[in-house]
Design a protein around this ligand. Structure first.
Ligand SMILES: Nc1ncnc2c1ncn2[C@@H]1O[C@H](COP(=O)(O)OP(=O)(O)O)[C@@H](O)[C@H]1O
Ligand SMILES: CC(=O)N[C@@H](CCC(=O)OP(=O)(O)O)C(=O)O
Length: 299
């Protein structure tokens, strides 16, 4: 049996209730953020790639935005360059920026493109520089620890936020049945490169495309409370309280922020789901129960 046949059999089991969802989402765009922490296993990566192809084959338009934090960390370690994070963002000096660009725009991006192509799809890799896709500006970061009376503003180097997304190149690719695979690097009007958290890019791309769903694949089963139970259907106020009491911290901060922003700006639902589970994306899209944490606009 070939890998594709085995995959098809697994998928048919997963998708026994899929038909209404295939009809509902046909022609719609779904932005999938593939986090670096969910990329460790070769089989899982290949399975992710096949799931993207399957979505395309049933008429849905997947747009992939990927991370690669652990992969950047590995190369920085080999090069003896120290990694430090503030509010879930990597402090990025010029030397680190070069590594970020090499790992995200090169290794990780081309790996995913190649896996999708091997699975029978037509993927095209882009960074935010291609076709002026992601216009960035320097991110201003404030930081406060419990022992500080007021927050301080700190400079974390070439870290950006999304100023504007120009979807022309993505629209063109989707229209011609390609699967765009986007690395989270932006550029400002003076040509400076920025390292942008991949969740933020995925959120803004989903907003600009007015996507049906934003799906964030990560290495936890969803947003958890202090007991480890999965939380779903949260309001902005509930999320703020969970940040205040420390339940949401680190890499979950940008994730939840962009999930909320996306649904406030026209995306129908955001999802934080476990990318370590085979076919997690399909389980979310094509089953009644879905998986992980779902966020919709409650205003
Ligand atoms: N309330 C929470 N629920 C689940 N995970 C959380 C929570 N708060 C913080 N985290 C952390 O966020 C991590 C996911 O973010 P991150 O490591 O940046 O993942 P990714 O590489 O997929 O973007 C989890 O592994 C966990 O350590
Ligand atoms: C500013 C910032 O932190 N950028 C991230 C970009 C990659 C990323 O977001 O990757 P994951 O989704 O795998 O965490 C970084 O340097 O790690």
């Amino acid at each position: 049996m070939t890998a594709n046949t085995e995959h098809a059999i697994e998928v048919v089991k997963v998708l026994s209730e899929a038909l209404p969802y295939i009809q509902r989402f046909s022609g719609k765009t779904i932005v999938i953020k593939y986090g670096g922490n969910a990329m460790t296993d070769e089989d899982l990566k290949a399975s992710f790639a096949r799931d993207m192809v399957l979505m395309k084959e049933v008429g849905i338009n997947p747009v992939v935005v990927h991370g690669g934090g652990p992969q950047i960390g590995e190369l920085l370690e080999k090069l003896n360059i120290e990694s430090r994070f503030v509010n879930g963002m990597r402090v990025t000096d010029s030397e680190t920026m070069d590594v970020v660009e090499m790992v995200l725009g090169g290794l990780v991006n081309k790996d995913i493109v190649s896996l999708i192509n091997q699975a029978g799809g037509k993927a095209v890799g882009l960074t935010g520089k291609d076709g002026g896709l992601i216009e960035a500006r320097k991110l201003k970061v404030t930081h406060k620890t419990p022992d500080m009376t007021a927050p301080e503003i700190i400079d974390i180097g070439h870290v950006g936020e999304v100023n504007q997304v120009c979807t022309d190149v993505v629209d063109m690719l989707v229209h011609r049945d390609f699967i765009p695979v986007i690395a989270p690097i932006g550029v400002d009007d003076e040509g400076r490169s920025y390292n942008i958290n991949a969740d933020l890019v995925a959120g803004k791309v989903a907003e600009a495309l007015q996507a049906e769903k934003l799906i964030l694949l990560t290495n936890v089963a969803g947003l958890q409370d202090k007991e480890g139970d999965i939380l779903t259907g949260l309001s902005t106020e509930q999320v703020d309280a969970l940040i205040e009491d420390g339940t949401i911290y680190g890499g979950m901060l940008p994730k939840i922020g962009c999930a909320l922003s996306a649904v406030k700006n026209g995306v129908i639902s955001s999802h934080i789901i476990d990318g370590r589970v085979p076919h997690a994306t399909l389980l979310e899209i094509f089953t009644d129960a879905g998986v992980g944490t779902q966020i919709t606009n409650q205003d």
